[in-house]
Design a protein around this ligand. Sequence first.
Ligand SMILES: Cc1ncc(COP(=O)(O)O)c(C=O)c1O
Length: 389
Amino acid sequence: MSGFSSRTGFSRTWNALSQALAQRQAQGLPWIDLTVSNPARVGLSTLDPGLLATPGALTYEPDPLGLRSAREAVVAYLASRGAAIHAEHLLLSASTSEAYAWLFKLLCEPGDNVLVPAPSYPLFEHLARLEGVEVKPYRLPRAHGFGLDVGAVAAARDARSRAVLVVNPGNPTGHFLHEGELTALAGLCAETGLALLSDEVFSDFAWAPEPDRVPTVAGRPLPMLTFSLSGLSKVAGLPSLKLGWTHVGGPPERRDEALARLEWVADTFLSVGTPVQRALPAILAQHVPRFQTALLERVRENRRQLVSARPRGASWDVVPAHGGWSAVLRIPLAPGEEAMCLALLDAGVGVQPGYFYDFAGGAFLVLSLLPPPEVFRTALGTLTAVLAG
Ligand SMILES: Cc1ncc(COP(=O)(O)O)c(C=O)c1O
């Protein structure tokens, strides 16, 4: 359509699943939502609203990088995860998604590209497109537990590639970045000038200890420009508060230039609200430990239920993973992902097909592990029956 930019020419057609769900809802039929990603919707993240009523909550003294006191709180949070960093190298934004938009502006000319993992969270394509940037997928091999294969990153790269995105742990695949993978990736980035964007929003949600797991790249002496992204949306289960952070690292001269330019970008928007910045020290110190303990307990319990619900010799499998909020099932190729999702919805359980996340080489379903265990158990009864045909 003329008069609008091609960047906003998104396809708005409904897929068969969203149509079926709308129909079910219009008929008033109940369903169990195994696609839920907001912990607040399943009783997991309730913040004491009093925490937001700090002195100075309504005083407007903007700092483009974010209030110093808020950045110091992120320094303390990351220190407790083993990262020694400085508040001068942190930048606050309204969300991780906004930080991606700022980083694409920082690193890319229109028409440049960024390398993104596949399968993965689908928003990157939209975020990049809105900045006039293309995404080039690199495959996470299933044979390698959906871990990073630096050869696949190198093969996806071309002369217009500016950055590589790593989601640690993968969403929904739940594979953490390991030391050996980071070393290999750092070698490629140093050789080719790629920056590293490390999405660490699920990094606190490891289900069990794992040797060589990289919890964050923040504070690591790496040879390339490095951006570590996270925020309250996942760390605190509070997407409504709208606060994310980016740590900038790498060779000092490049890092400082990146920070100076990002400060300019952030100053153009000043998008983070003051009340949440003032409340951040208390949110990170008081709310986050409670929330994460409850969430991990629930996710581990649901995962345990899922694994033990699989009948011996079943035609489907639970894909091995080490963290995150989701589970991936590998299902038979026939009748296919969409037909299986429609059959499940018809039986009252909503799940996502693997193609939403660009899975390849098989058929997959993605399930949220967030619902209350008794609800999840009921859904598993339906799931195992429908999968058994
Ligand atoms: C891997 C990953 N990164 C980033 C985000 C977006 O987080 P935010 O709410 O901070 O924009 C999500 C949200 O689901 C996600 O799954």
